[in-house]
Ligand binder design. Structure first.
Ligand SMILES: Nc1ncnc2c1ncn2[C@@H]1O[C@H](COP(=O)(O)OP(=O)(O)O)[C@@H](O)[C@H]1O
Ligand SMILES: [Mg+2]
Length: 309
């Protein structure tokens, strides 16, 4: 084994890996590290690295890489990060991607609270466009969350990590498969372990749009959610807080849209991202002609009662 193969992922800064010259760490998750890098042709790119660990087995990584590779051939869109190459060098599995430089991820942006309504609707519309395209190509994202939405220098959003849906599961020592991370954005169907469909994407997209508009998740749940079983119960059975209860000036049409996006029952939910897109367009048109705010909801009235407002 050569020296580089023994290094953990975080020690590869400024090292050479095959033709790739690694530079800085851009970010990481429990199972991967993303570096800025220069490829063999001198282009600046982003390189996501993974390696086999007791928590992440080879078959999962290979499946994700195969998914990513097949998707990269068909999925090209202004609001989707381009995949350049996938492969393995020494002990490291990699995904080479378009490098997005900018203020960070949507998760970073949301750390300081909700977005301005026009910014949320612009990002929401760009994401809806990207997902409409992916679904038309029969590709489901399956892991929509703000940390998979990168914001560039022009404040445009780009969706990344198509193909990692099987990565939501990893192995705990001595156990079978377990869900990794907190599935805050999963649909009730996905949280129950059902097949991940375009309708799951519609729901997860809805949770992200809800969070952009209100600054919080749609459930009355403790934060951070400590227990996975509790989170799954919350997603599948807790009532959602109508967004207008949090933002009383919210246009009624947007309140209705958000509730329809995060309907627990798939049949009641928006059926396609194309429908979502067209309602977003109607909403922007209405906003220009002064839409009436939605009536104040129960949650706001209860809060006002208790705070003596
Ligand atoms: N193509 C990219 N360009 C720039 N930064 C990226 C890119 N892809 C990922 N990142 C950064 O790396 C971080 C880690 O990404 P990832 O390993 O997919 O974990 P997660 O999606 O859980 O955040 C992201 O949150 C983001 O900050
Ligand atoms: Mg990611």
């Amino acid at each position: 084994m050569c020296a580089v193969t023994a290094k953990p992922l975080f020690l590869l800064m400024n090292k050479k890996l095959g033709d790739y010259q690694l530079l800085d760490v851009l970010g990481s998750s429990r199972i991967s590290k993303v570096y800025s890098a220069i490829d063999g042709d001198g282009n600046h790119i982003a390189l996501k690295l993974m390696r086999e660990t007791p928590f992440l087995d080879k078959s999962h990584i290979i499946r994700v890489l195969e998914n990513t590779k097949s998707i990269s051939g068909v999925l090209h869109h202004t609001h989707i990060v381009d995949i350049l190459d996938v492969g393995k060098i020494d002990d490291y599995y990699y995904v080479a991607m378009e490098l997005i430089t900018g203020p960070g991820t949507l998760e970073d942006a949301l750390a300081t609270g909700p977005l301005a309504l026009d910014a949320a609707l612009k990002i929401g519309s760009d994401l809806a466009d990207a997902l409409t395209h992916a679904h038309a190509c029969n590709i489901v994202h399956g892991d929509l969350k703000p940390s998979n939405m990168l914001v560039n220098d022009h404040d445009d959003v780009l969706l990344t990590d198509f193909g990692v849906v099987s990565m939501n599961y990893s192995r705990a020592p001595g156990q079978g498969q377990v869900m990794a991370g907190t599935p805050r954005y999963m649909s009730p169907q996905q949280a129950r372990g059902c097949f991940v469909s375009t309708l799951s994407d519609v729901y997860s997209y809805g949770v992200v749009l809800y969070e952009m508009v209100t600054g919080r998740l749609p459930y009355l749940a403790p934060t951070p959610i400590a227990n996975l079983q509790h989170m799954i119960r919350t997603i599948t059975s807790a009532p959602v807080v109508p967004p207008v209860d949090l933002i009383p000036t919210l246009p009624a049409a947007l309140n209705r849209m958000l509730l329809k996006l995060i309907e627990k029952d798939e049949v009641q939910r928006y059926q396609t991202m194309k429908d979502v897109q067209s309602d977003l367009i109607d909403l922007s048109t209405q906003a220009e002609s002064h839409d009436e705010p939605a009536p104040i909801g129960l949650w706001t009235r209860v809060r006002r009662m208790f705070s003596g407002m």
